[in-house]
Design a protein around this ligand. Sequence first.
Ligand code: PLP
Ligand code: MN
Length: 376
Amino acid sequence: MTVPTFAHYNLDAPGSRYALNTPALVLDLDAFERNVETMAEIMRAHGKNLRPHAKSHKSPTIAKAQIAAGAVGCCCATLDEAEVMAAAGIAGILITSPMTTALKLDRLIALAGRTPDTMVVVDNPANVEALAARAAAAGIRLNVIIDVELGFGRTGVASPEAAVSLGETIKTLPSLAYRGLQAYGGHIQHTIDPDERLALCRQAHLKIDAVISALAAIDMKPDIVTGGGTGSHAIDAREGPFTEIQAGSYIFMDAEYETVIYQSGTAWPFENALFVQTAVISTNVAGAVTTDAGTKAFALNGPAPRVASPGLDAATYSYAGDEHGRLHLHDAARPSIGEVIECVVPHNDPTVTLYDQYHCVRGDKLVALWPVLARR
Ligand code: PLP
Ligand code: MN
């Protein structure tokens, strides 16, 4: 496969933003940099650390920009992400899902050998024993974080008693270093009603407080309490038991989060920074034109892409096939063949993973290409 590179593109030329190999992933660097700084400022104001989630961007360049603005490292959802970030020299990696297969345990131990401050979440005693045995065999101490379930029903220990029981197991295993707790409420992030979101956060905080107390009683008070996402960051930083926040999507502000903002009537300080650029390929249908970005160009587990190009405010987007999109014009003027259209990504994380690189723009110029290095 040929991925267009610097050699294919006329960087810094006026209008070069609109001469890309569509469908193309486009990152508006000015908006992105403001988002990075805004979240860093919010965390500073509340005295919290930020360990942003790299699942959103899968790019060491972006993780480094966040760290330069004050982040303490990055979270990773997968081992591939963690290996890529570590290889780029990024410290302070927390793997936020349990690693359970033999292959992954081996890779994790090798990674922790190379990057000793790597942390991984655990929620199961057999997994803890397996990790400890491999760490001991490799002669290392592996940092573990107890994952706490907050009502989403995904991963984590379900009760303070279960946390204590897992803590007791960890205590007996000298090849493990207990670092603290993770508690991430995936069900909270996109809650539209602000009062309901606040109530869900407070419910979660009470549960985490109970786990912290139970662990403190066995001399395992957590140093790190990590969690929270873009949807809950303001509440979690203001009043939660967290020492650090894991928000990821804030750097891009996708259509899914945008919908939450519009519908909740609240204002958030982040701007749309990530777009998919598509081009018109046919104009023979009444009320619509056809584009080159369909279901292979956008993640499908979110709202429709939002059309962001000037003059197309009234237009809406739907999918017309794997490689085809349909731009419903409504009152908007009909774009012509070859015209380039930009859409706010529907759901950022799984859209990014469809692309090899970010086309970084400032104004109407293409200024850099950043690879999406950890596609799995
Ligand atoms: N932490 C964990 C464990 C997650 O799974 C996610 C996202 O799915 C995040 C943090 C980041 O959340 P968001 O992208 O909503 O900021
Ligand atoms: Mn997501």
